[in-house]
Design a protein around this ligand. Structure first.
Ligand SMILES: [Ca+2]
Ligand SMILES: [Ca+2]
Ligand SMILES: [Ca+2]
Length: 224
């Protein structure tokens, strides 16, 4: 077997370098794992009852760490509620302004794909939803003023950052007027070590191929 062919076989049998994407959907389901027994959301998880706080471990994975903040009383966590935010069931709400931080635990690229926001009892009031870079606070998405009434609104930010993201909503009235649900994010990681192996293997194959071409050229010249 020629060295060039051997190199080609080794190169092709190495695992392909690919991004590993994982999708997380925060549905705030009432079962264990969503709620906490203290205001900061650090004690739990416990099964949910209306006005429990969201547990700070809810939704966390090896790639992503969520933090829930009732912004006007931070570090208190967000609240949980079962119904009455339009057609949404099991939601997170803030007394007035809320913030959910989505931090990569390693080098994942975090994308906020979509979310639902509903209005308490369908009462029409204004709210603004924004997405910020978690480290620089650069504003990546801004809905402008939304007037949500009888029907919840489906938002599709589609913005990304390797620093992580902060989903924030700003109401002008307290009393838990807005509930958020079905917050969907994608965490995309690239396995760096395998990338390095592939690059090294590719360079080695090029060297092998160059050597074979050089050997042939020498033989051809000699034959002349
Ligand atoms: Ca967490
Ligand atoms: Ca839900
Ligand atoms: Ca406000």
């Amino acid at each position: 077997m020629s060295r060039t062919l051997a190199c080609l076989i080794v190169f092709l049998t190495l695992p392909a370098t690919s991004a590993l994407a994982g999708t997380i959907v925060l549905t705030f389901s009432a079962g264990a794992g969503t709620c906490a027994s203290d205001s900061a959301g650090t004690t739990g998880p416990i099964p949910c009852s209306d006005s429990n706080r969201i547990y700070q471990g809810y939704g966390d994975t090896a790639d992503v760490d969520f933090t829930y903040l009732d912004f006007n009383t931070a570090p208190n966590s967000l609240y949980w509620w079962s119904t009455q935010y339009n057609q949404l069931v099991d939601v997170a709400w803030a007394d007035e302004d809320g913030r959910i931080e989505i931090a990569p635990t390693a080098s994942a690229l975090i994308t906020l794909d979509h979310l639902d926001i509903g209005s308490w009892l369908g009462v029409m009031l204004p709210v603004t939803v924004r997405v910020l870079d978690l480290v620089t606070s650069e504003e990546l998405y801004n809905t402008g003023v939304l007037n949500i009434g009888a029907t919840s609104v489906y938002l599709t930010p589609g913005v990304s950052s390797r620093n992580g993201l902060a989903l924030v909503w700003d109401a002008t009235t307290g009393g838990g007027r807005f509930g958020l649900d079905n917050i969907t994010i994608t965490a995309e990681t690239v396995p760096e070590p395998r990338s390095g192996i592939l690059i090294a293997a590719g360079l080695f194959c090029l060297v092998c191929a160059g050597t074979r071409w050089g050997d042939k050229t020498v033989r051809d010249v000699t034959a002349d």
